[in-house]
Design a binder for this molecule. Structure first.
Ligand code: BTN
Length: 252
């Protein structure tokens, strides 16, 4: 289904019925030299990719599934998923009149719905002859059609239920891209400090007791700060750790 997306800042915006993974497709396009700003949207993915090597499942037409190709300076690539989280969170707040929050690094949660997850973001970087690229992909639960899938019922929420009305996916994508453009411009202009200040205001993980599942193992402590690269600073038994990748679980 082709939505009526009007955003002019990002181009081309392609909307397909089905693909394996919009992230994987844009990574291939990036390797072939496609410039920054391309967007790929799919009604359904047959091999959706989640964080930490997980799969991302969807029922056709019930999610907004899209990826954006960016070409930031490599040193700022770690901020791309945070910036996308801010764009999604802000757009949802506008459309649904709720206050969403981000669980580090970028899960979009709805605090008034028991911190259930509304959206997930996966950022993947690649370097090749065509230069450095980051593909940042987002999956948003737009409508469960009544009942959430049983396997995520205790931890996921859909936009239709929090907005109290059906939300058009093209309208949602327009709202997100409208917020993403200025954030990417700030990233490209070197405003990492200002972006991180803004991120901290919507990050629900700061100040919380957390368990981190990282590639290097599990860590429990208090999330005390976001470091300049976007990493989570955790104090555990008097030792300060900077976690650059992993899953955060809010314990209290
Ligand atoms: C997560 O695990 O929370 C991140 C999920 C990211 C899913 C999106 S859907 C669009 C894009 N294409 C993919 O294959 N994954 C991302």
């Amino acid at each position: 289904m082709q939505g009526k997306v009007t955003n002019q800042r990002f181009s081309p915006i392609r909307w397909v019925d089905e693909t394996g993974s919009t992230n994987l497709d844009l990574l291939a396009d990036a390797a072939a030299g496609l410039p920054a700003g391309a967007v790929l949207v799919a009604d359904h993915q047959t091999a959706g990719r989640g964080r930490q090597g997980r799969v991302w499942l969807d029922d056709p037409g019930r999610s907004l599934l899209f990826s954006v190709l960016l070409r930031p300076a490599p040193a700022t690539a770690g901020l791309v998923p945070l910036v996308m989280g801010m764009a999604v969170s802000g757009a949802v707040d506008d459309l649904a009149d709720v206050a969403t929050a981000l669980k580090w690094p970028n899960d979009v949660l709805v605090p008034t719905a028991g911190e259930r997850k509304l959206a997930g973001i996966l950022s993947e970087a690649a370097t090749g002859p065509a230069g450095f690229a980051v593909v940042v992909g987002t999956g948003i639960n737009v409508s469960f059609g009544g009942q959430p899938p049983a396997e995520v019922a205790d931890r996921a929420v859909d936009l239709a239920s929090i907005a109290g009305r059906p939300v058009d996916r093209a309208e949602l994508l327009d709202a997100i891209l409208g917020r993403l453009g200025p954030l990417v411009d700030r990233l490209d202009a070197g405003d990492a400090v200002g972006l991180l200040d803004d991120y901290r205001t919507v990050c629900a993980t700061l100040g919380r007791s957390v368990r981190l599942d990282t590639p290097g193992g599990e860590l429990t402590g208090t999330a005390v700060a976001i470091d300049p690269s976007g990493g989570l600073v955790v104090e555990s038994d008097g030792v300060t750790h900077v976690v650059l990748a992993g899953d955060a679980h809010h314990l209290a």
